[in-house]
Design a binder for this molecule. Structure first.
Ligand code: GAP
Length: 459
């Protein structure tokens, strides 16, 4: 087994064992491309959500948060171009009838696929006699639309067709007029949204990296077309700043200027932010200049005027859009793979998550040194309650011996463990605070404890 695969298996097993992430529908054998977040995964995700919302919405005065419906009028997806062209290249194994991504098969054979058309992929598959992973011949390459189709209401006729949204973005474009009418913002301004998106991926893979149901954090920022470059540069910096907020190792984050032939049809410029995952350097986020494509299309299809009147210049035009798009689940995967660490402490091997305090599910754990001494337990509970009032993400643990408790907290990435021992009670000598990464402990007086912890976790 390759090192990357081994790391991913160890991480998936830790994520399940410790209640971060479970396989979707597990007791029924799972459902490919779906994952369920457990209590610690939810806490981690909520922390990422809060950090994102703070940076991109709360700390600004030019951003409007929305939460649009997941199911929208089918005309939206016709206008956006998704019905016609939101597709991946698909081939079928002629023997087993299993389906694969044609570009993945070509890439596995060492052939670069960026910018290749369906027809060209078809020629290459045939020319190079590319087989399926099961060693069988494959059929023609064709387009496979990735939207999940459903019917709204009791009728199943064409008029009742709808799709689970494949991106959150369109929910913002179709609310542009509502935001204008309610708040009368001047350009530039943006709409921001965090929510689920669904794509019927042909080949979901690499844990949370490519799933069929995932969460996006997106911004559609409206600008005067003459000024798009400064906004683009601004969000380019902001996106990197966000990767720092959530503690990603900066040398693993890369920018890729996407070439003309590889960009989505609506984009005039795109930068992909890539991350060094254990299975390779892959797309984490995207920043695109979507021009006036979406608002123009929706104006045309809905017959509703989506133009903007600039009172200063007396010009009327359709605003252009800069779109920073973040995948939540890829963020979680980047955080977990980056944090997963194996080392030796006190002559013993250990595994721990080197999570930044900003995202760690628990910032602090509190223990009594021994589990069967009521005096210690009572004191530790008192200290736990005091900390909880200021730092809500604190956990009390008196299960098993102290060594096991440290290991458990290390594995879930808790940065600090506070232990109450006999000197705390008998000599008023304060508590010990253990640092997750170094394993070192220091004594801190009770009166200084809250300030010490707040400072250590960066609050
Ligand atoms: N609105 C633009 C848009 O949706 P995208 O590049 O298709 O652009 C944006 O998706 C981000 O959503 C990606 O950079 C990635 O983080 C995340 N994403 C896309 N497909 C995904 C999938 N199948 N599983 C997990 N995350 C995905």
């Amino acid at each position: 087994m390759s090192k990357a695969l081994e790391t991913m298996e160890l991480l998936i097993s830790l994520a399940k064992r410790r209640g971060f992430i479970y396989q979707g529908s597990e007791i029924y054998g799972g459902l490919a491309g779906t994952w369920d977040y457990g209590p610690l995964g939810v806490a981690l995700k909520n922390n990422v959500r809060k950090i994102w919302w703070k940076r991109f919405v709360d700390d600004r005065d030019d951003m409007y948060g929305i939460d649009a419906a997941l199911i929208m009028n089918q005309r939206i997806w016709e206008a956006s171009g998704h019905v016609a062209s939101f597709a991946d290249p698909l081939v079928e194994d002629l023997k087993t009838k299993k389906r694969f991504r044609a570009d993945h098969l070509l890439e596995e054979a060492g052939i670069e696929t960026k910018g290749l058309t369906i027809a060209k992929m078809d020629v290459l598959i045939k020319e190079k006699k590319i087989k399926s992973p099961d060693g069988n011949s494959v059929g023609d390459v064709r387009q496979f639309n990735m939207m999940f189709k459903t019917h709204v209401g009791a009728n199943e006729d064409a008029g009742a067709v709808s799709y689970l949204r494949p991106e959150t973005a369109q929910g913002m474009f179709v609310n542009f007029k509502n935001i204008m009418d309610s708040f009368h913002p001047k350009l530039p301004f943006g709409m921001a949204q965090i929510g689920k998106a669904f794509r019927n991926e042909i080949a979901p893979r690499d844990f949370l990296f490519r799933t069929r149901e995932f969460e996006q954090m997106e911004i559609e920022y409206m600008v005067d077309p003459k000024k798009w470059t400064e906004t683009f540069d601004h969000f380019r910096e902001q996106m990197i700043a966000f990767t720092k907020d959530v503690g990603l190792t900066q040398s693993k984050v890369h920018e890729l200027e996407v070439a003309d032939e590889d960009r989505a049809f609506y984009s005039k410029r795109t930068i992909d932010f890539e991350f060094d995952f254990p299975f390779g350097k892959k797309e984490l986020y995207g920043l695109a200049y979507r021009t006036d494509y979406d608002l123009k299309q929706h104006s045309e299809f809905s017959k509703v005027d989506l133009s903007y009147y600039d009172e200063e210049t007396k010009e009327r035009f359709i605003p252009h859009c800069i779109e920073p798009s973040f995948g939540m689940d890829r963020t979680i995967l980047a955080i977990l793979t980056d944090a997963y660490t194996e080392d030796e402490l006190g002559g013993e091997k250990r595994t721990y998550l080197r999570l930044a305090p900003s995202v760690a599910p628990y910032k602090v754990a509190v223990f009594p040194l021994l589990k069967n001494k009521p005096q210690l337990i009572e004191k530790a509970r008192d200290i736990f309650k005091i900390i909880k009032k200021v730092i809500p993400e604190v956990i009390f643990d008196d299960n098993g011996n102290i060594g096991k408790r440290y290991r458990r907290q290390d594995e879930i990435g808790t940065p600090f463990c506070v232990t109450v021992d006999f000197d705390t009670i008998e000599k008023g000598a304060g508590v010990t605070v253990r640092n997750r990464d170094s394993g070192t402990q220091e004594r801190v007086e009770e009166k200084d404890l809250i300030e010490f912890l707040k400072k250590s976790i960066g609050q």
